[in-house]
Design a protein around this ligand. Structure first.
Ligand SMILES: *Cc1c(COP(=O)(O)O)cnc(C)c1O
Length: 390
């Protein structure tokens, strides 16, 4: 065996995103014990940093020691009891994963479906809430990474409250990328991932639970089926200030990375971070459209951090991705599910949401399309970007 030296890529797919050099540096610092007083101080800061990012006062806000899907499972395993009814909005791949979670927690999922690439219609969700008065949870994806569509989280949370349901919100791709306010919107449970707009490596899943959600867990009639994800046990570890007890060995160095990512976020300021994503998104879209490419999602429903671009007729979609990876070290994403072969997914997440990345992406795409005899006007594309960013 030999040491592994990865190629230096620019990551503009659906995640992981480019990791900031300061985060990479933090990851390489000496490992300490996970109950070391110095590490406990770091954990306290991570909790504060996450509350800032989520815009919440929830004391139960911490990173699950596993990727975003484990944060998802933490929410469903704890807030769904056997026989519990959950309304799940599905307009992409991750709504489908929520269904799997409900079923495995022994619950009954009531699916409210929308075409991939379109937004969740709150009126249709209200119909489902009216028709299912026993439902106790409403679940939806804030930023559908499979399609590039944003949900009206505030409207959905209002509906959940009106019909006496807890909300579970997937903000894996929205945390640190889109406007997000857990407390302002009244979200009860949210989960995210370290590798999307926070720009840390994959492997941690920040979660946050309201007091109402924590009460639900304390008053459950049955034990949470998963020992590792059972919030009532984790609470003593993450929430037990001072007298912290052993639950599992935290991934110490991964926490250094997340901590540095949160320091970067607070230095820039969360509102400025959202604004930067918005500005870079507008520039990227202007550049793509000037080149003759079309976006999949209606303007008002688009995410800044995940841009779905239609593959022009006759173009070999996979060949374009191979070309930009081989010749530009640039990773962009393919379409998932019903969108496979039909779109590219271009991420502008966290540290990747920068002007030089936009220029790289536009010229790499133009180069790949030229190879396939598609004529594009790269100068018009640069001009459109310059007009917006100068
Ligand atoms: C990436 C993603 C997940 C899953 O996160 P992993 O870290 O891959 O487990 C869940 N939901 C959404 C919306 C995502 O984009």
């Amino acid at each position: 065996m030999k040491s592994f030296n990865p190629p230096l890529r620019t990551l503009m797919g659906p995640g992981p995103s480019d990791v900031h050099p300061r985060v990479l540096e933090a990851l390489a610092r000496p490992t300490v014990g996970h109950l070391d007083p110095a590490f406990q101080g770091l954990m306290e800061e991570i909790k504060l940093g996450l509350r800032y990012a989520f815009k919440t006062e929830n004391s139960l806000t911490y990173p699950v020691s596993a990727p975003g899907s484990a944060g998802m499972e933490t929410c469903f395993a704890n807030l769904v009891e056997p026989g519990g009814e959950v309304i799940v909005c599905r307009n992409g791949a991750f709504g489908g994963r929520m269904l799997e979670n409900v079923v495995r927690a022994g619950g009954k999922a009531i699916m409210v479906d929308f075409d991939w690439g379109t937004a969740i219609d709150p009126d249709k969700v209200e119909d489902a809430l009216k028709a299912n008065p026993n439902a106790s949870v409403l679940a939806f994806v804030h930023a559908e990474t499979s399609t590039g569509v944003k949900a009206d989280a505030r409207a959905l949370a209002d509906l959940a409250r009106k019909y006496d349901c807890l909300t579970i919100m997937d903000c894996v791709t929205s945390l640190g990328g889109s406007e997000l306010e857990l407390d302002g919107w009244g979200i009860d449970a949210a989960y995210s991932g370290s590798q999307k707009c926070l720009s840390a490596p994959p492997g941690l899943s920040p979660v946050s639970f309201s007091a109402k959600a924590a009460d639900f867990v304390k008053n459950r009639k049955t034990k949470v089926q998963s020992w590792f994800l059972d919030l009532s046990l984790v609470m003593d570890y993450w929430d037990g200030e001072g007298g912290r007890t052993y639950h599992h060995t935290a991934p110490v160095n991964a926490m250094y990375g997340l901590h540095e990512a949160l320091v970067l976020l607070s230095e820039e300021g969360i509102e400025n971070v959202w604004a930067r994503h918005g500005k870079m998104h507008q520039a990227l879209v202007a550049g793509l459209e000037a080149m003759g490419l079309e976006m999949l999602v209606k303007k008002k429903d688009r995410l800044s951090q995940l841009n779905t671009v239609k593959v022009p007729n006759g173009v070999d979609e996979a060949a374009v991705r191979s070309h930009v990876l081989k010749h530009f070290n640039l990773e962009i994403g393919a379409g998932l599910g019903v969108l496979a072969g039909k779109v590219w997914r271009i991420g502008l997440m966290g540290h990747a949401a920068r002007r030089e990345n936009i220029a790289l992406c536009l010229s790499a795409l133009a180069s790949a399309l030229e190879v396939q005899q598609v004529k594009v006007d790269i100068n018009a594309s640069y001009e459109a970007v310059n007009n917006l960013l100068n």
